[in-house]
Design a protein. Structure first.
Length: 292
């Protein structure tokens, strides 16, 4: 059976088509759906239109690939948006199914199931998913979702680039405060999933272009992450967008992403993180395939 899962994130729209054995296609498009939601409480019409354009393409792809079951999961930005239901009405027309709003805890569980499905990792595993609007920490037994992500942190403290030392200090302080009480037990392996971690993994390796095979399984040290942050903080958005392995549409928020990544590693007191290309999409697809 072929299934298609769409992840409606705060920053990125993603589609996975799989039959459970073979990944038949994976697509990602940054539309910035949730930009401004933290301040306004609603999705902007421009962001909605950009997202619907991507959804029409995703709907066509699933039809062409004869997907038998479809699911769209909506996360942080949709949870906080006052105009969520009108957006879902329009998304349903474009995708062929109505999005399902999931909690941060369910998002975390899908991320854990996806990241741990086929990898051999030192136990116990903790998965970190840094999104645009929220950050999830999840172990086999616990899920913690914190309402701060790369888009929210950018809009609150790091809107301009380059970032000043004072802005960087305030960003780190906020992240330390918000992550300071996270409890998920002992960490044998920390796994980082989704666009922030994978983008950092590509930048850290100085890849000439993004390469999923080289990013997946990459061990990112805390010291190398600090070097990436120090490299990005004095750069303009345009200079950041020119990094060859980075999707230029992530350029405005990737610095905040590195601050959050550092906060995760500090909160869990780990020296390295294993970057994974398998994540929430894979966990949601496994759930869909298991349905009777």
């Amino acid at each position: 059976m072929r299934v298609g899962v769409v992840d409606i994130g705060t920053n990125s729209m993603r589609l996975l088509v799989t039959d459970g054995t073979t990944e038949l296609g994976r697509w990602v498009q940054v539309t910035g759906l949730g930009r401004g939601v933290d301040a306004s409480g609603s999705l902007s019409e421009g962001a909605i239109e950009a997202t619907l354009t991507v959804f029409r393409r995703f709907g066509d792809l699933m039809a062409e690939m004869e997907v038998e079951r479809r699911m769209a999961i909506a996360t942080s930005a949709s949870r906080d948006a006052s105009n969520r239901e009108p957006f879902f009405d329009r998304a349903e027309q474009a995708l062929g199914m109505r999005p399902t709003l999931i909690s941060g805890h369910q998002e975390a569980r899908f991320a854990y199931e996806g990241a741990t499905a086929i990898q051999e990792l030192d136990q116990p595993v903790v998965v970190s998913d840094i999104g645009g609007g929220s950050s999830e920490f999840v172990s086999a037994a616990d899920e913690v979702s914190i309402d701060i992500g790369s888009v929210r942190l950018t809009e609150r403290i790091l809107p301009g680039r380059p970032a000043s030392p004072g802005e960087m200090d305030r960003a780190r302080s906020l992240v330390d405060d918000m992550f300071g009480e996270v409890e998920v037990g002992t960490v044998g392996t920390l796994v980082g999933v989704a666009g922030t971690w994978t983008s950092i993994g590509a930048i850290a390796q100085e890849l000439p272009e993004y390469d999923r095979e080289l990013v997946h399984g990459y061990s990112l040290s805390r010291s190398r992450l600090s070097q990436v942050t120090s490299m990005l903080s004095p750069m303009t958005t345009e200079e950041t967008a020119a990094i060859p392995s980075l999707d230029p549409r992530r350029a405005p928020v990737i610095l905040a992403g590195t601050v959050l990544a550092g906060g995760v590693m500090d909160a869990l007191d780990v020296a390295e993180v294993v970057v994974s290309e398998q994540d929430t999409l894979d966990g949601a697809a496994a759930h869909l395939l298991a349905l009777p």
